[in-house]
Design a protein around this ligand. Structure first.
Ligand code: NAD
Length: 256
């Protein structure tokens, strides 16, 4: 028996990185995965990968900064499937780093990382309530939502908000829906060097390697598949008594 057999999972930011890895893993474990992303071609490519592996997926173009698009997207999911079992609000952006952030940059970061997570959850709740199982909401925050990020106060603030959103929803949606948040450390996806190059273009990989060597006890970057394993566990019934947890998957970064 596969862990998510027959379940319907909706993942935002699923065209790349950890969202993509989670879509592939959840589909391999029997879920029908709705692969939602602002990058529609990327979402379709992930659905093709799922199909090639014998799984089932549907691609949706979605900009999570638009509550109207989230509503329309979830309405179409409701019309097709009738309910949802798993929502993984994962889409995120590094946004601007440093202190001299403009109002437009502020609105963009908060729009993707926090507003996008909030409205994805809010709009999915009616469909999750129709799940025949205990439904599950997952978010991707960051270790920067647990401890301050020296690179970006704005990113830390938005991800800290996601952590608290998850905890508050865990209380208000129990016992029907479990809610947990994954807090990744440095994970090898296209976003990681983008985040570090905001401060300065030169020597991004070297600066990252040096930070990882000094500050990550396991002495390496994580892989998107390692986030997907945590997401699969938290989404399914093996985690049936776990709600309101902010789980670092960070090579030990926040242990000190
Ligand atoms: P990624 O760049 O590989 O994937 C992010 C995906 O989100 C992309 O497919 C992108 O198109 C999509 N996206 C961006 N803006 C969107 C929007 N407005 N609407 C819909 N989709 C949108 O990056 P990743 O590292 O896999 O990031 C996934 C999550 O993990 C993000 O929330 C990020 O903040 C968080 N995170 C990443 C790291 C890391 O080291 N990579 C560490 C901590 C947290």
């Amino acid at each position: 028996m596969k862990e998510l057999d027959g379940r319907i999972a909706f993942i935002t930011g699923a065209a790349s990185g950890m969202g993509r890895a989670t879509a592939l893993l959840m589909a391999a474990h029997g879920a029908t995965v709705i692969v939602a992303d602002i990058d529609e071609a990327g979402a379709k490519a992930v659905v093709d990968e799922i199909a090639q592996a014998g799984g089932s997926g549907v691609a949706k173009a979605l900009d999570v900064t638009s509550p109207e698009q989230i509503t329309a997207c979830l309405d179409s999911v409701g019309a097709q499937f009738g309910h949802l079992d798993v929502l993984y609000a994962n889409a995120g952006t590094p946004g601007a780093t440093g202190h001299n952030v403009s109002q437009a940059e502020y609105d963009f970061s908060v729009g993707v990382n926090l507003t996008g997570a909030y409205f994805a959850a809010q709009q999915a709740i009616p469909l999750l309530n129709k799940s025949p199982h205990t439904a599950s909401i997952l978010f991707t925050a960051s270790t920067a939502g647990l401890v301050g990020s020296f690179l970006s106060p704005l990113y830390s603030m938005s991800k800290g908000g996601v952590v608290m959103l998850a905890k508050a929803l865990a209380l208000s949606l129990a016992p029907k829906i479990r809610v947990n948040v994954i807090c990744p450390g440095p994970i090898d996806t296209p976003m990681l060097p983008r985040f570090w190059s905001r401060e300065k273009q030169e020597g991004v990989e070297e600066r990252l390697d040096s930070w990882v060597a000094n500050d990550i006890p396991l002495k390496r970057r994580g892989r998107p598949e390692e986030i997907a394993e945590a997401a699969l566990f938290l989404a399914g019934d093996r985690a049936s008594f776990i709600t309101g947890v902010a789980l670092p998957v960070d090579g030990g970064f926040t242990a000190r």
